[in-house]
Design a protein around this ligand. Structure first.
Ligand code: CP
Ligand code: NVA
Length: 313
């Protein structure tokens, strides 16, 4: 019988919801194996001769650098494609861009605004398309988060994760990722900034299959109570900068600080996808404190994306 990882060749990674729990586990297992190989200097050039195009319509530090190094370490070639320089920026359609790039490349990673744009690119491309962040989802980040949690806690199923803050792309992908991994997730967000109902509905289906629980709450103390993992993200995501002042007011009671995290388990870990705004969504005491694993989390973008690339391309 094929292993769950073998079935991924040629697939897109648009949302973690599209993947079976066993497939997510296979990605994490391969990532752990590749991490081990890289740390011990064992070459693993499984993508020799293959090229990845990386389209960025928003800024990036981690995603760009980790994907580029991932392709390099796998023996392939990464190509950074700024949307401003592509004809896409002058009005060439997504469909024609997808058809053209498919004749040169072996995969496309895209960071953009609308999830629909990534889906359209995938519809017309004949090569795998990987979502490197949209306004709706950030699946690559959450694969790194799951690996980080598994490394620090030894397991995923049965843990409780609390997400405090904006019901954004990170929150949405965490809902899917936790559900696939059999983790309970409690989200605390102010009125008007809750995760989208449709995403919660789909994640609840995934959670029911895995036997885990999802709660969307207003009270951050209730969400963090007894949590093994506490996560937050910026209050104003890329594209929402103009709303920053209003958002700082709306989220004032949702800061992850020492007062809040004392409701979590004693050995809780803190995650943040970065970039962080110290003094807004999280205090320096928490993000730079002993429970924070944000640098392991950032590193694991590299290892999980290598697994995704090795399996899909
Ligand atoms: N976490 C993350 O995706 O970071 P970048 O925006 O720097 O890529
Ligand atoms: N929610 C953030 C994540 C950045 C990696 C944003 O979309 O800007």
């Amino acid at each position: 019988m094929d292993s769950p990882g073998q079935n991924l060749k040629g697939r897109d990674l648009l949302s973690l919801h599209d993947f079976a729990a066993e497939e997510v586990a296979a990605i994490l297992d391969l990532a752990a194996g590749l991490k081990e190989k890289q740390k011990s200097g064992v070459p693993h050039p499984s993508l020799q001769g293959k090229a990845l195009g990386m389209i960025f319509q928003k800024s990036s530090t981690r995603t760009r650098v980790s994907f580029e190094v991932a392709m390099y370490q796998l023996g392939g070639y990464p190509m950074f494609l700024s949307a401003n320089d592509l004809q896409l920026g002058r009005g060439e359609s997504i469909a024609d861009t997808a058809r053209t790039l498919s004749r040169y490349l072996d995969g496309i990673m895209i960071r953009t605004f609308e999830q629909a744009a990534v889906e359209e690119l995938a519809r017309y491309a004949t090569i795998p398309v990987i979502n490197g962040l949209t306004d709706l989802l950030h699946p690559c980040q959450i694969l790194a988060d799951l690996l980080t949690i598994r490394e620090h806690k030894g397991t995923l199923a049965g843990l409780k994760l609390a997400y405090v803050g904006d019901g954004n792309n990170i929150c949405h992908s965490l809902l899917f990722g936790c559900a696939k991994a059999g983790m309970d997730i409690s989200v605390a967000s102010p009125e008007g900034y809750r995760p989208k109902g449709e995403i919660v509905r789909l994640a609840v289906e995934d959670a029911a299959a895995a036997g885990s629980k999802i709660k969307v709450l207003a009270d951050p103390v209730e969400a963090v109570g007894g949590a093994d993992v506490v996560v937050t993200d910026v209050w104003a995501s890329m594209g929402h900068e103009a709303e920053r002042v209003g958002r700082v007011k709306a989220f004032a009671a949702y800061q992850v600080n020492d007062d809040l995290v004392r409701h979590a388990k004693k050995d809780y870990i803190f995650l943040h996808c970065l970039p962080a705004h110290r003094g807004e969504e999280v205090t320096p005491e928490v993000i730079d404190g002993p429970h924070s694993v944000v640098w392991d989390e950032a590193e694991n973008r590299l290892h999980t994306q290598k697994a995704v690339l090795a399996l899909l391309l």
